[in-house]
Ligand binder design. Structure first.
Ligand code: AHG
Ligand code: MN
Ligand code: MN
Ligand code: MN
Length: 323
């Protein structure tokens, strides 16, 4: 089986990008080990700190953030970094070619129940001059690489550098990422959806109507029975969509009028949107392609609808109607 190094070489990835991907991959191996020690190492549970998102940080949110930050600081290809767990952007190396945005631990609420968690990352080109938040505010189309690592029954790395999506599985004995799917491809049609149904009463009219029609199954306008899944970790839900198709959405809601969206653009929506597009799927807010968004701030949140192309189009058609 082909290694990560061999695949990147075949794709003629530059030395500096290869180096950065290796920094991320090596750190994810260490995170995978830390996560597996769980309760044995006293790693479960929350801290008393809050992040800039207003979320109480889990111990592992902070530990994984520090691991990634430390590793990226030691990589001279990195100009700056931004993380879900860092209030502000962090300057790294003056001459670095890349900016890295990451969600060190996605699915924090799953930690204490030993369920799926992951790491999400997005790599952007560095811009001239002093590093500021503005340096990062580039469209998702600028991403030179994006991926996630899933700490599940096996540890998997899904990666794109613009040549489709490759999936690697971490060999537990040799500790090497081996290519197990050279070209992930999302089926155009699906009969599976992922949404947190408990928020139903807070959604906008288009999403209310779309999901109601899915739930009607064969007797409804879709004339098809749909199944539902919700892992509560975007990495897990997106991985299922990349593996066998589906539609995943965290739509606009009015539960908290000051916070109408849950997922973050720079280190959740953008990298996942690039992976999904590279695998033949679509990613939208309902009104705009995710990758076309002009970011306004590093912790900006957006509505996300992504997955099987025809199903995303159907969902979007509900957004074109006046309610
Ligand atoms: P994070 O743990 O990095 O803060 O992200 C959690 C996100 C995402 O992974 C998941 O899809 C969603 O929150 C789950 O939200 P609910 O708890 O509302 O289901
Ligand atoms: Mn969080
Ligand atoms: Mn997350
Ligand atoms: Mn997180």
């Amino acid at each position: 089986m082909q290694t990560l190094a061999q695949t990147l070489k075949q794709q003629a990835t530059s030395d500096s990008l290869t180096q950065l991907i290796f920094t991320l991959a090596e750190t994810s191996k260490a995170i995978s080990k830390a996560v597996r020690h769980g309760a044995l190492a006293g790693l479960l549970g929350a801290t008393e700190q809050e992040n800039v998102q207003g979320e109480t940080q889990k111990k592992l949110d902070i530990i994984t953030n520090d691991m990634l930050k430390g590793a990226l600081k030691g990589d001279n290809s990195v100009h700056g970094l931004a993380s879900e767990e860092e209030d502000d952007v962090v300057a790294v190396n003056q001459g670095g070619e890349y900016l890295v945005c990451f969600d060190p631990l996605d699915g924090s609420s799953n930690i204490d129940i030993n369920s799926l968690v992951g790491t999400i990352f997005s790599v952007l080109p560095a811009v001239e001059g002093e590093l500021t938040e503005q340096s990062f505010l580039q469209s998702g189309r600028n991403q030179v690489a994006a991926g996630y690592v899933l700490y599940g029954p096996s540890t998997m790395l899904a990666l794109t550098t613009g040549h489709g999506v490759q999936l690697y599985t971490l060999h537990p004995e040799t500790d090497e990422f081996l290519l197990t799917d050279a070209n992930m491809s999302i089926p155009k049609d699906t009969a599976e959806f992922a949404i947190n149904m408990s928020n139903q009463r807070f959604w906008e009219a288009p999403m209310q109507t779309y999901i109601a029609d899915l739930l009607l199954g064969k007797i409804g306008p879709r004339e098809k029975a749909f199944n539902m899944r919700w892992i509560a970790a975007m990495v897990g839900d997106v991985h299922r969509v990349l593996s066998r198709g589906g539609i995943f959405t965290y739509p606009t809601d009015n539960k908290n009028p000051l916070k109408p969206y849950k997922l973050r653009l720079m280190y959740e929506a953008n990298p996942m949107a690039l992976l999904v597009e590279q695998a033949g799927g679509k990613a939208s807010t309902g009104y705009e392609n995710i990758l076309d968004i002009d970011p306004q701030e590093i912790h900006q949140r957006v509505a996300v609808i992504l997955g099987s192309a025809n199903e995303v189009d159907t969902c979007l058609s509900y957004h074109d109607i006046d309610y």
